[in-house]
Ligand binder design. Structure first.
Ligand code: LRH
Ligand code: MN
Length: 430
């Protein structure tokens, strides 16, 4: 029998904190009531918010130089789901998992769906992988996949993506995320237009295989693994491709896939305006695609992104239904702790964006009152919503302090006993 954190462990820890939380929540409720906001209404909205977990994020991540495996690493999909269920049990903010194929290829997709449901989990967008060759693969993705000059390579990549759709359908997933590392390392190595057209032709075949209620999410990325040119390098290329393909194709924004200092919240506003925002891979970065914990480097940017999303939701932007997912690599922390604190961080910035006085903001913007407008955002960003988030977790049966309960439970030590290390040095993100 594998170790799970008991409801009692959560209950008794919550009982110790309940009185303080009640106090803090009441104080926050009074504070925002002075701004004409009912905190319980915000609590209901936050309770309905969820962010999907990346199946590849529950194992220790690494870089091209090395990966230093942690204790009790998940050995396979069952362990990954178990760890995801523990994150959901404590935070109540992560009801779905985003799988990556073939890393997570199940032997029986229907059984996997039932297994996940037993753990209180569902599935969000599935991810294809044509950035690595699989053992025995007849042709290589070394020089690209969906945009490769060789039709045999493109056909293999298209077939793999269609397999992912079929698997995802059985799992009850709503979409396929397509990120390709296709590009060039040398000027002259690639004809930009020909490569883009080959990509569009391949994506059109994948698009044609989509069920009517499915979407395909195109994920842009400035560089890596290609270091001179990337076929889908930015939101512009992604938007052009999604528009060419049709209404079921949308643009996914991975926060780490932009040049430093890019105004990502404005990219979000543009994609929302034209009904092409697929959703997000939340993480943070200082330099490149660092895949650091969400909000750990630039929490104000995350808040500003949610300011655009709440504005869009409140004005009823057409086709606005973004998917929220984490996509991080946990190289030096316990992945479960990082994913819990990141999910709560994303929830925090959403909750703060709900506190913005939008009528006053519009007035200030119309009056060209720059500081007045900025101060309204800062008032919300500087509001400590910790009691709100904790109360939402408590009401949903989660832990008031998930990290404290997790650490006190000895879960990781138990998993270290159940999951002996596989040994051997490794490198790479998983
Ligand atoms: C590419 C990416 C993509 C995933 C991979 C694990 O950098 O963000 O979303 O397929 O990371
Ligand atoms: Mn990503």
């Amino acid at each position: 029998m594998s170790f799970r954190i008991s409801a009692d462990a959560i209950g008794s820890d919550n009982a110790r904190r309940a009185a303080f939380l009640e106090d803090d929540y009441a104080a926050l409720k009074r504070q925002v009531a002075r701004r004409g906001i009912d905190l319980d209404t915000i609590a209901d909205q936050v309770a309905a918010f969820g962010v999907a977990l990346p199946s590849w994020g529950v194992g220790t991540g690494g870089t091209r130089f090395a990966r230093f495996a942690g204790l009790g690493e998940p050995r396979g999909l069952d362990d990954k789901l178990e760890d995801c269920a523990t994150i959901q049990q404590l935070t109540r903010a992560t009801p779905t998992v985003s799988l990556h194929f073939p890393w997570d290829k199940p032997s029986d997709a229907a059984a996997l769906k039932a297994q996940a449901a037993d753990l209180g989990l569902g599935f969000d967008a599935v991810n294809s992988n044509t950035f690595q060759d699989q053992p025995g693969q007849p042709v290589s993705y070394k020089f690209g996949s969906l945009s490769h000059p060789d039709k045999a390579v493109r056909d293999l990549a298209v077939a793999h993506n269609i397999d992912c759709i079929r698997l995802g359908q059985t799992l009850g997933a709503p979409a396929l995320t397509v990120w390709v590392g296709d590009g060039a390392n040398f000027p002259g190595q690639q004809n930009f237009t020909a490569a883009f057209d080959r990509y569009l032709d391949s994506m059109a075949q994948i698009y044609a295989a989509l069920p009517a209620d499915w979407s395909v999410f195109i994920e842009h990325k400035l560089f890596e693994p290609a270091f001179y040119a990337t076929v889908i390098a930015d939101w512009g290329s992604s938007y052009l491709a999604a528009t060419e393909l049709g209404p079921q194709a949308k643009c996914l924004v991975d926060l780490g896939h932009h040049a430093p200092n890019t105004n990502i919240e404005m990219i979000v506003a543009r994609l929302v305006r034209f009904g092409k925002l697929a959703g997000f891979h939340f993480n943070d970065s200082k330099y490149g695609d660092d895949d650091l914990d969400s909000g750990s480097i630039n929490p104000f940017q995350l808040f500003l992104i949610f300011n655009e999303l709440v504005d869009a939701a409140q004005r009823g932007a057409p086709g606005f239904a973004p998917a929220y997912m984490l996509d991080q690599s946990h190289n030096v922390t316990d992945p479960i702790e990082s994913l819990m604190s990141s999910a709560m961080e994303v929830q925090r910035r959403y909750a703060q964006a709900l506190l913005i006085d939008r009528a006053a903001l519009t007035d200030a913007q119309t009056a060209c009152d720059a500081l007045g407008a900025h101060t309204l955002l800062k008032q919300a960003f500087n509001t400590d919503v910790s009691p709100l988030l904790a109360e939402v977790r408590r009401r949903a049966g989660g832990a008031i302090d998930p990290i404290a309960v997790y650490r006190a439970s000895g879960y990781r030590a138990e998993k270290a006993k159940e999951r002996p290390p596989r040994g051997g040095a490794s490198a790479g993100i998983v």
